[in-house]
Design a binder for this molecule. Structure first.
Ligand SMILES: Cc1cc2nc3c(=O)[nH]c(=O)nc-3n(C[C@H](O)[C@H](O)[C@H](O)COP(=O)(O)O)c2cc1C
Length: 280
């Protein structure tokens, strides 16, 4: 399955979602519920995004529930995931109340765990058939994982039409409603700001390296040094795309191996630089 071209699909997605809204305004009950938001969330970040999407699109919403919920204590969840992976099993989910066949568009939301969608969503996509549906992934994460999880979703559901998704860091949930408004404009056929492509990367200057360091400093899962960068104007300021080398830290076992990463950094007027996502 391919992740299809943004512009073409966004135009089609606009038609799918707006037709639902218009039908809704006319009060045709069956036709108003063509968008479903399905999500899993352990600590409520993804739930907040799911609720925001459902409200803005007037969509149906359902939480994917586990027969045996994960523990909210981080290490307990890590240990259980490891044990499940070693046994080659996925957690059992409760049957869905929604009938997927009733929907044209399904938003699927999840926290990123170990670089991809959390196991309850792996269980879900093993069980349901999204063939022919428009599917919009959305996620929350510590540092990133939208791209990798969308790719994994496309592999699991090769006949689904996967549209561009939305992801936000757990540390930036405050920015989520405004970002979602922009993101969903594309699906609602409303005017939206489209930033120019990034120009070619150049070697970082001392000032740019300082912006990178300020953005990633204090994030425990990164130990990265910036190499090259490009920047562009976005709605709220300047966005930088850094290429950096991330090194494992000896005092932190379990960190990813040394690798080249891409880090998106946002600098808004009068605000400190923040990284918005890491692509590994
Ligand atoms: C077991 C576990 C694994 C995680 N793995 C990652 C990861 O690989 N990458 C990442 O950026 N964040 C990771 N996180 C952080 C979560 O994605 C993040 O806190 C998310 O916002 C939680 O969403 P929720 O509140 O909807 O459960 C992990 C969290 C847990 C509990």
């Amino acid at each position: 399955m391919k992740i299809l071209k943004l512009m073409m699909l966004a135009a089609l997605a606009t038609m799918v979602v707006t037709s639902c809204v218009q039908n809704n305004q006319k009060g045709k009950k069956e036709e108003t519920r063509k968008v479903l938001v399905l999500y899993y969330s352990l600590t409520s970040n993804t739930k907040a995004v799911a609720q925001e999407i459902a409200t803005r699109l007037d969509a149906d919403i359902e939480e994917v529930a586990l027969v045996e919920p994960y523990d909210t204590a981080f290490q307990a969840t890590v240990d259980r995931c490891k044990a499940e992976r070693e046994k080659g099993i996925l957690p059992e989910i409760k049957p869905l109340k929604s009938n997927i066949a009733d929907y044209e568009t399904v938003f699927i939301g999840y926290p990123v765990w170990f670089g991809t969608f959390a196991p309850p969503i792996a269980s879900l996509v093993d069980k349901i058939d999204l063939s022919g549906k428009w599917v919009v992934p959305f996620c929350t994460f510590g540092s990133g994982g939208l791209e990798s999880s969308a790719k994994d979703l496309a592999e699991k559901q090769p006949n689904a039409k996967i549209l561009p998704g939305y992801g936000v860091r757990a540390a930036r949930m405050d920015a989520m409603p405004k970002e979602l408004e922009q993101f969903l404009n594309m699906y609602l056929g409303r005017p939206t700001f489209a930033p120019a492509d990034f120009p070619e990367q150049h070697l970082v200057s001392a000032d740019e390296a300082a912006i990178f360091d300020a953005a990633v400093n204090g994030y425990p899962m990164l130990n990265a040094k910036s190499k090259t960068v490009a920047s562009r104007t976005v709605l709220d300021g300047t966005e930088y795309l850094f290429t950096a080398m991330d090194m494992p830290r000896e005092d932190k076992p379990g960190m990813p191996p040394a690798s080249e990463i891409q880090v998106y950094v946002l600098v808004e007027k009068d605000k400190a630089p923040v990284f918005t996502r890491v692509v590994r």
